[in-house]
Design a protein around this ligand. Structure first.
Ligand code: ZN
Length: 284
């Protein structure tokens, strides 16, 4: 099942470019807001297990019109250094426990956007994003996926100058400029994926491959992240977890590469879809 957020209404996406409105297709039982689905995810997933609702109109779906699949999470978690080769290119040892920061929700956007470049050095980080579908407290690793509604593609755009200013890294603010958390094009339930733990992930800048890896390279896979977090905080329906980026970011290159006005960034995860970001100078 693929669920998109179009204009604040949840849509069941059929194929690539058709959709049904969830509220209409469920006869008013679910929706219309995307967040409301996560609150009743098990009921919703069971109700829609037969996919397309008969006798309900379909409409065209365009990723350019979509917002983030979970637009109003109460908590957003992002993992630093969750791929060994990315930790190495960043000049850090691989962590022994997951290392978290947040991306503030005002940075969220849909999958196809223009991003205004703030002063500094803006870099890409393509990431699998997991959305929580069931409250999680003290969850075992083996039950981690049971608490995930679905996954989507995310970009953890990062301004490296602010990130590295001061005596300790300032991840959260440096990764929360307006438009710095594009996600989409829709939420894909794990059962739709060939292997939810092993997906090709990567990005291109102006057609040049920059990142190319597999999510199975994560040091702490999705269920481990859910379990670890749930020992400390209560994970709530709709919460968003950015699971970390593979190697190939601009900061780790020789010479370093950062995003410039006019650059086109395409981020892709196997079985889910693509994000398209165009970068513009301030005042454009
Ligand atoms: Zn990241």
């Amino acid at each position: 099942m693929k669920i998109a957020n179009v204009g604040g209404r949840a849509k069941l996406v059929l194929g690539e470019d058709r959709a049904q409105d969830v509220e209409e297709a469920s006869g008013g039982r679910f929706g219309p807001e995307p967040h409301s689905l996560f609150e009743r995810w098990a009921d919703f997933a069971a109700f829609f297990s037969d996919k397309e609702a008969a006798g309900v109109a379909t409409e065209s779906f365009s990723p350019a019109e979509a917002g983030p699949p979970s637009p109003s999470p109460r908590q957003v978690f992002a993992v630093a250094l969750n791929y060994r080769d990315h930790a190495a290119e960043s000049g850090f040892a691989a962590p022994e426990d997951p290392l978290f920061f947040t991306k503030f929700v005002s940075a969220f956007s849909g999958p196809v956007t223009e991003v205004v470049l703030p002063p500094g050095r803006v870099d890409w980080e393509t990431e699998l994003v997991a959305v929580i579908g069931r409250e999680a407290r003290h969850v075992e690793v083996g039950e981690g996926w049971d608490h995930v509604a679905g996954v989507t593609v995310g970009q953890d755009l990062s301004e490296r100058a602010l990130q590295r200013s001061g005596p300790a890294p300032q991840y959260s603010l440096a990764k929360s400029h307006r438009g710095f958390a594009p996600q989409g094009p829709y939420l894909v339930t794990p059962d739709e994926l060939v292997d939810r733990d092993d997906l090709a992930i990567g990005c291109q800048v102006n057609g040049r491959p920059m990142q190319s890896a597999r999510t199975s390279d994560m040091i702490f896979p999705v269920p481990t992240l859910v379990s670890y977090l749930s020992q400390i905080v209560t994970l709530l329906p709709g919460d968003v977890i950015f699971t970390g980026t593979p190697p190939g970011v601009g900061m780790g290159r020789q010479p370093q590469v950062f995003l410039q006005p006019g650059d086109q960034l395409v981020s892709r995860i196997e079985g889910i879809g693509e994000l398209h970001q165009t970068f513009v100078a301030p005042g454009c």
